[in-house]
Write a protein that binds this ligand. Structure first.
Ligand code: SF4
Length: 357
């Protein structure tokens, strides 16, 4: 069984994943087989709708399917588990990839439509102390087709178009920059999912060179920074990435990004009792962000069994928020969706792979 799976993976590696191609590239691939390029439109449409096998695409000549399947395949993103909130309409998915790895994807319903939170890596090597996704380190990067595949699969399951994307699931997106850039191109394709850049938010723990690279791309995606501490030495204690890029460098890169793109930067701030929830820290944060196009998203920390971090009480959370607001910094407290099903990001996946192995 394992040998068979390995054989399939080896074959897949040597072939091109159609989900990872733009329409133009698919056309070129088809033409290279001696078949007419116009067939690409038909195939592309069905793959965008969630068909995961060339065999299942109707009205395509058998000869083309045979030729194409010698050089290409469609990567799978299968719903391994789905949890639905009883409190709101949030759904949490565990998506299984071709090699058996599993990633988290969350679908949230807002007044303005469906929003999806997707993963870019299996695991993560960034080591943030409050995060369950990093506890086993990085397993591997997702390909662009696999990042896109989460949206296609969940959209098909929901039977409704996803209009907003948040790249904030497991993994550090900027640690998988090449595939991320490719994903931006694919998801924006008007013949594909056709999601505007302004409806995409990418979140980073603070990889400064990649923030600069994103600015160079000149696409107006929204940037979110997982900040969580204002003091350099304290941030290093909970986020090892801070040892490579200081708080000042990070904020200055984020400010440059917003100046260039005219997009407001969101600063994610997980509030941890007794660690970063004091009024002085709120004041420092206000000072750091003063005058910039920014917004602070305060997130009372998710409590996970693997560490002792506790969430502050709501009074403390509001006090923190009010200090920011009174210093003219926009600040909101994240509304918790799917509280009854989610737990911390990465936790469901961890408990599932423990049971799977
Ligand atoms: S918070 Fe994000 S960057 Fe940090 S360890 Fe978790 S997944 Fe990685």
């Amino acid at each position: 069984m394992q040998a068979e799976a390995n054989q399939l993976i080896r074959e897949a590696i040597m072939k091109t994943d159609i989900k990872g191609l733009t329409l133009q590239e698919l056309k070129e691939l088809i033409v290279s087989t001696g078949e007419p390029g116009y067939r690409a439109d038909q195939i592309y449409t069905f793959i965008t709708k969630g068909i995961e096998s060339l065999e299942d695409i109707p009205n395509i000549p058998k000869k083309l399917k045979e030729k194409l399947s010698e050089i290409a395949y469609v990567s799978k993103a299968v719903v391994y588990q789905k949890l639905e909130s009883k409190e709101d309409e949030t759904k949490k998915y565990l998506i299984e990839l071709d090699d058996g790895n599993i990633v988290d994807t969350v679908l949230m319903k807002y007044r303005h439509g469906l929003s999806i939170c997707i993963s870019t890596q299996v695991g993560c090597r960034m080591g943030c102390k409050f995060c369950a996704s990093t506890l086993d380190g990085l397993v591997r990067n997702l390909t662009a087709g696999e990042i896109l595949g989460q949206i296609i699969t969940v959209q098909k399951d929901a039977g409704e178009r996803v209009s907003n994307i948040v790249i904030m699931g497991s993994g550090e997106p900027f640690d998988n920059m090449e595939n991320l850039e490719r994903f931006f191109e694919l998801v924006h394709d008007e013949k594909g999912l056709n999601i505007g850049y302004r409806h995409i938010t990418v979140s980073t723990c603070g990889l400064v060179p990649q923030i600069e690279r994103l600015a160079e791309l000149e696409i107006p995606v929204n940037l979110a920074i997982s900040l969580h501490q204002t003091q350099q030495s304290e941030r290093e204690k909970i986020m090892p990435v801070a040892r490579s890029y200081s708080v000042e460098e990070l904020i200055s890169a984020a400010k440059a990004y917003s100046e260039k793109t005219k997009r407001r930067v969101t600063y994610e701030y997980a509030l941890i009792r007794g660690v970063n929830d004091n009024p002085q820290t709120a004041m420092q944060l206000a000072k750091l962000l003063r005058g910039s196009l920014s917004h602070v998203n305060i997130i009372p920390v998710n409590e996970i069994k693997e560490n002792d971090f506790k969430r502050p009480d709501m009074k403390k959370v509001r006090e923190f928020q009010n200090i920011l607001i009174s210093n003219k910094i926009e600040a909101t407290v994240r509304r918790e969706l799917g509280k009854d099903i989610s737990g911390a990001c990465g936790q469901l996946r961890r408990s599932t792979i423990d049971n799977k192995s």
